[in-house]
Design a protein around this ligand. Structure first.
Ligand code: IVH
Length: 684
């Protein structure tokens, strides 16, 4: 028996070493046939002595039994995300910012060159791995950074992730717990192959390797994950409990230690001694990266010294000591096959170019917004035109220009419709507005949009009411107003396509629970133009019941810090419309909350990070603040500043000579702030 145990351990060591050389070092040493023979011998011994099987045995990489579900787990240490920069100027701005954030005593580092580690930003999914006594015991996805999904069984299949850490890395003294973070990804050839298979099986192909990786990690059967050949680069090491500095003092040393522990670390990393050196690395890899067998979307720049990292710490979401330096927008030509017009919740008509699909910035793009009629005229875009489209990161794709020289003969200029494409009623365009709107309060498109907004996360947060269900409810004329949701019964829902009794009951229950949501959310859910969730909170605090707000004069509403004339106007008008008054009455009868409770006020006041969770975009030249200063102020109050306007934007801060961002924000019904209003909001 002792002999068997010794032989098993010997075999495991040999196999582990060979597999490390093959998968991590990419330097195979054993012939395949020899490797197979050793593996089979181990398997046989383990079959005969199942009591000797351990979780870190190479035979345990692929589980026989599929999981039934994945459990949520709390990360031992939260996974932060990174702030983005899109060019060298923004890199410099980041560098100035962290220096300014240093305590005044650090005069030296405020001005001196420091070391930065540049790592390629791999376009995959972050994983958090836990090793106890050197053995892989848990692997989880990033999730929201605090909680992730425990997918250890799937992670075991990744051959470049060691099941057991090399003890030599720690001089034999393995720490009780080690946390390793890194990126799992699909090599591009595997990605292409998966998509080809999906197309053959009439399944929709994955838009990019990141989505394909996420899809793979979510497979319940680890045998399928095993076939997909995921790979992994490690980039972060935490050794909790111990003073990390006793083992490593810098990111560079940590990367080296990770390698010694048996991980694959991206070999393209570079230790830079000045910011210009970082900028050079970023510029060099912009083209070089296209030759790599995996997808990268930028460079992660990290301050090397852990001591300095500690001094800088984190904002709510990001470490101050690192930045993701993303590669710029990608552009490509394609052909416009159709121009359709979409009607949103505010009734705004948004023209969309439907195009022959192109690969852009790692995703397939087939639609781009054309914003409004003015933009269409400006571009003179026509069906059949060849256009240049651009997409950067998560930004909505847009048409940059039309290649008129390639225009086929017989095309006609596109004219915005005079009637709503959904309900057929005439549309209006107000003076000084770029947007054309459908003003028919019972237009199904507006109704769908309003309900989707009502059930959304920041509003009444009704889970299980997806877009498809909302569309069915409106199309089948089951629901004519948000208030009708509260009269739905499981029986009524069961009449819809593909709706079982259980799901119907769940949805009715979720709708009923929304009656406990606070007044501020109800107010936001009403979808009054320019009333975002922060404004709604502010209003709910100042007007603790709906009657007070409904009866308030324009001047009284405008008198609140942070509420401009336009917002006040919009609110005042909204409460003057009879159908809106009826809606409120019905919702009161349905028992929704229309008064502020004491705890709600306290909760709102408690957070000194008053802009937490809010996303801002700044455009144009502000009267007194520099762009960076405004950005800094917003970030200090917990807000996030991004570069382009999207549905996720809460506020657009507008200065002189604002361009297309303003139009886009108006189209999306996003609240617009002047510099003065922003300052008021912060000062309160
Ligand atoms: S460091 C606090 N390093 O990018 C440190 N992240 O935009 C946070 N990523 O969630 C992460 N390559 O999924 C880091 N070399 C690298 C990375 C990297 C890719 C991903 C990671 C992270 C996201 C942040």
């Amino acid at each position: 028996m002792l002999d068997i145990k010794t032989r098993i351990e010997e075999l495991r060591k040999l196999i582990q070493k060979a597999s490390y050389e093959y998968y991590v070092l990419d330097r195979p040493t054993l012939e395949d046939t020899v490797y197979d023979r050793l593996y089979r011998e181990l398997q046989e011994l383990e079959n005969n002595h199942p009591e000797l099987i351990t979780t870190d045995s190479p035979t345990q990489r692929v589980g026989e039994k599929p999981a039934t579900q994945f459990n949520s787990v709390r990360h031992h240490i939260p996974l932060y995300s990174l702030e983005n920069a899109f060019n060298v100027d923004e890199l410099k701005a980041w560098d100035n910012r962290w220096r300014r954030n240093l305590p005044p005593s650090n005069t030296e580092e405020r001005t001196a060159d420091v070391e930065y580690v540049c790592e390629l930003k791999i376009d995959g999914n972050a994983l958090a791995l836990t090793y106890e006594e050197g053995i892989l015991t848990r692997g989880a996805t990033r999730g929201d950074g605090l909680m992730g999904e425990e997918i250890t069984q799937n992670i075991r299949t990744i051959r470049s992730i060691p099941l057991r850490l090399h003890p030599e890395a720690f001089g034999g003294k393995i720490p009780a717990r080690v946390e390793v973070r890194g990126e799992t990804f699909l090599p591009l050839d595997v990605f292409t192959q998966i998509n080809e298979e999906r197309l053959q099986n009439h399944e929709t192909p994955f838009a990019n390797p990141r989505n394909a990786t996420a899809g793979t990690l979510r497979q319940l059967d680890s045998r399928i994950v095993d076939k997909r050949k995921l790979d992994f680069f490690a980039y972060t090491l935490h050794i909790p409990g111990e003073d990390d500095a006793s083992i490593t003092n810098t990111q560079w040393e940590a990367l080296e230690l990770l390698q010694n522990m048996g991980f694959k670390v991206n070999p393209k990393m570079k230790l830079c001694h000045s910011l210009p050196e970082v900028a050079k690395y970023y510029e060099d890899w912009d083209t070089e990266r296209l030759n790599l067998p995996y997808m990268t979307d930028g460079v992660v720049v990290k301050i090397n010294a852990f001591k300095l990292q500690e001094q800088l710490g984190f904002t709510q979401k990001f470490p101050r000591w690192a930045v993701a330096l993303k590669y710029a927008a990608e552009e490509a030509p394609t052909v416009v096959e159709n121009i359709s017009v979409n009607v949103g919740r505010t009734g705004a008509l948004t023209p969309l170019a439907e195009m022959r699909p192109v690969q852009l910035a790692g995703t397939t793009v087939s639609r781009a917004t054309l914003h409004n009629g003015d933009r269409i005229n400006q571009l003179d875009i026509r069906i059949g035109d060849t256009v240049i489209v651009r997409k950067a990161g998560e930004i909505i794709p847009e048409v940059l220009r039309v290649l008129t020289e390639l225009r086929p003969s017989g095309t006609e200029p596109f004219v915005m419709p005079t009637h709503c494409p959904v309900c057929g009623q005439p549309v209006v365009r107000e003076k000084d507005e770029a947007v054309t709107r459908c003003v028919n309060a019972s237009c199904p498109a507006i109704l769908k949009g309003s309900i989707e907004h009502w059930v959304s996360r920041d509003a009444l947060d009704i889970r299980g009411m997806g877009e498809k269900l909302v569309h069915q409810l409106v199309d089948k004329e089951v629901v004519h107003s948000v208030a009708d949701l509260y009269e739905l019964t499981p029986e009524k829902l069961c009449e819809l396509e593909r709706m079982g009794k259980k799901s119907a009951e769940k949805i009715v229950d979720a709708i009923s629970k929304s009656k406990n949501q606070p007044w501020s959310r109800v107010l936001y859910g009403l979808g009054i133009r320019h009333v975002g969730s922060v404004t709604a909170q502010l209003l709910a605090e100042k007007f603790p019941c709906v009657e007070e707000l409904a009866n308030a004069s324009r001047a009284k509403i405008e008198g609140i810090y942070g509420i401009g004339g336009e917002i006040a106007d919009s609110i005042y008008q909204w409460f003057r419309i009879p159908s809106n008054q009826t809606l409120i009455e019905r919702l009161i009868i349905a028992e929704l909350q229309f008064t502020t409770t004491f705890t709600e006020v306290a909760n709102n006041r408690d957070s000194n990070q008053k802009l937490a969770g809010k996303t801002f975009v700044i455009t144009g030249t502000l009267p007194t603040l520099k762009r960076d200063e405004a950005k800094g102020l917003i970030q200090t109050a917990g807000g996030k500043v991004t570069d382009s306007v999207s549905k996720k934007t809460d506020f657009l801060v507008v200065g002189a000579e604002a361009g297309s961002k303003l139009t886009k924000a108006e189209n999306l019904g996003i609240a617009i702030l002047s510099e003065a209003q922003l300052l008021e909001m912060l000062a309160e």
